[in-house]
Design a protein around this ligand. Structure first.
Ligand code: FAD
Length: 530
């Protein structure tokens, strides 16, 4: 059974109260992305006392900027990494089952233009199918030219030899993060956004908690804990620096960031319900065109950068690459002027430190968990799809080090998230269906029939803004328009037009004035295509 919505709204004061009380938590998690939230939920379900603090908003970092695929990582098969794919396919199954309102099976078609492509990719994808076993979401099929064109109405027909259909999953990443936060909360975890960690509490050589600062009031307070988990994504080195003895020499960073860019265009460029995958572009990269919330996402790139910007901007060459490759496979080639939003996410390329005496474990998977001499547990890397397995690894490591007592794993394998109810394909425009079993509560709020922005039978309603403030911990215009609603990611200019109206509704709900200008500046960045 999924946890039920709290019977009354959760004002921030009520969320702050347990954090202000003097006590020692079993676990304090720093970072409210997929990784930290997964750890908080798992630990709470195992009966540990947990507090999670997020510097900005839940999923403000990489976790709202994914390609939105729940996937086994078919490309790892080509590298022979069967166990990695096997694990991710298992996790794909768990995620689709635990949050069916936010994660759905997705059919993908690879168009074949070269003689060898259909056979080569088809055999690999059949193997992918076989590995899915009972968790398969659909069978791989070889497609004729006519069938490929039928499933991908926007595909370039010149030179087409056929295609291959296979299945993965797709999700709304930011709303899934919120569902994780709220599910952890329903099981006793204290979770708070807009509350950065500004220091670590050190007890001799051991990390015994964190110092946080409420970003709204400026109030600082300490959270003592037996175990502190650094789940700050590409920003893990900043917290690791706080853990350093000031007299000791500085350590090289363990994360090198690499950015991925996505462009959003109208569905008219790829009508239909199927996604398009080019496994090998002219320069050997991968290109996706995916239906998502009424639009088409084109992406992505993988470009190293040397800063850790909170809002990274795309490079011109990345936009050139995506538009250029899309032009090769779509009948209607999207132009810069067609792009409705461009967003950039940072992935951590991890170089686990091995020469500083830390207990290092570079897992055979993509993620890394390190327990420092001080007991600070750092986790980074991996992918959204495997957040649940990553959380189990983190807790296992904390238990091995004696930071927490042993408690059995596996509690999140079958644990529906808040709102879990049969869902609709994620290609459809956003609407009440994304609220799952909470849709009835949403409809009971003022303004349920008043649409601020309309797309098909959905869009953004006044009630959704009120729901965001009352039940989803939204504090700012950006929290609503970027992550409770995904309008910023779908159509940045439209999101900017909604900013004043959303600010007024939030002000009404929160009881204080709410600024819209910061969001308008951000939306201008998302609308700007270099
Ligand atoms: C371009 C791109 C596409 C991707 N596509 C997919 C995909 O399709 N499918 C998939 O499975 N995976 C995908 N991934 C991977 C996936 O998105 C990431 O693995 C995942 O989101 C990482 O989550 P995280 O919690 O580790 O990091 P983040 O989401 O970045 O969370 C870290 C959080 O820590 C917070 N923080 C930082 N400092 C502090 C502090 N001092 N105090 C408190 N909080 C702090 C930040 O604000 C942030 O919210 C993609 C990644 C990229 C870059």
């Amino acid at each position: 059974m999924s946890p039920s919505t709290p019977s009354t709204p959760l004002p921030r004061e009520r969320l702050l109260a347990p954090l202000r009380q003097p006590r020692r938590w079993d676990l304090v998690v720093v970072g409210g992305g997929a990784t930290g939230l997964g750890v908080a939920l798992d630990a709470a379900l195992r009966g540990f006392s947990v507090a999670l603090v997020e510097a900005d908003d839940f999923a403000k970092g990489t976790s709202s900027r994914a390609t939105k695929l729940v996937h086994g990582g078919v490309r790892y098969l080509a590298q022979g990494n069967v166990s990695l794919v096997h694990e991710a396919l298992r996790e794909r199954g768990a995620l689709l089952a635990n949050a069916p309102h936010l994660a759905q099976p997705l059919p993908l078609v690879t168009p074949a233009y070269r003689w060898w492509e259909q056979g080569f990719y088809g055999i690999g994808l059949k193997a992918y199918d076989a590995l899915s076993g009972s968790r398969s979401v659909g069978a791989t099929e070889w497609l004729s030219v006519a069938r490929t064109r039928e499933l991908l109405p926007g595909v370039q027909p010149a030179g087409l030899r056929g295609g291959i259909l296979y299945w993965d999953g797709q999700f709304d990443d930011a709303r899934l993060a919120l569902a994780l936060a709220r599910t952890a909360q329903a099981h006793g975890a204290a979770v708070l956004n807009h509350c950065p960690v500004v220091g670590l509490l050190r007890d001799g050589g051991h990390v015994g908690g964190v110092r946080v600062r409420d970003a709204e009031s400026g109030e600082a307070f300490d959270l003592e804990a037996r175990c502190v988990v650094n789940a700050t994504g590409v920003w893990v080195d900043a917290l690791r620096d706080m853990d350093r003895d000031p007299a000791a020499p500085s350590r090289p960073p363990m994360v090198a960031p690499s950015q991925g860019v996505h462009l959003v265009v109208d569905r008219a460029f790829l009508p239909g319900t199927h996604a398009l995958l080019v496994p090998k572009t002219r320069d050997g990269r991968v290109l996706f065109a995916l239906p998502w919330l009424g639009k088409t996402i084109l992406g992505t790139t993988d470009t190293p950068r040397d800063d850790l910007a909170r809002e990274p901007t795309p490079f011109r060459e990345e936009v050139d690459f995506i538009l250029g490759e899309a032009a090769g496979v779509l009948v209607r080639a999207p132009q810069r002027a067609d792009v409705r939003s461009v967003w950039v996410g940072l992935r951590p390329l991890v170089k686990p430190p091995s020469d500083d005496g830390e207990n290092t474990k570079a897992l055979s998977r993509e993620h890394t968990v390190i327990v420092g001499r001080s007991g600070l547990v750092t986790v980074t890397g991996g992918k959204w799809t495997t957040y649940r397995a990553m959380a189990e690894d983190v807790l296992q490591r904390a238990m091995q080090r004696g930071l927490l007592e042993q408690r059995p794993a596996g509690v999140t394998v079958r644990h529906p998230l808040i709102g879990a109810a049969p869902g609709r394909p994620l290609g459809e425009p956003p609407g009440e269906h994304l609220y799952g079993s909470e849709a009835a509560l949403l409809r009971s709020l003022p303004g349920a029939g008043r649409w601020l922005w309309r797309d098909g039978s959905g869009g953004l309603s006044e009630a959704m803004v009120r729901f965001a403030a009352r039940y989803e911990m939204a504090r700012r215009v950006e929290d609503v328009l970027a992550r409770r609603s995904r309008l910023l990611f779908l159509d940045a200019a439209e999101a900017a037009r909604q900013a004043d109206g959303v600010a007024a509704l939030l002000a009404d709900e929160l009881g204080h004035p709410v600024d819209a200008n910061a969001f308008k500046t951000l939306a201008a960045q998302y609308a700007q295509v270099p």
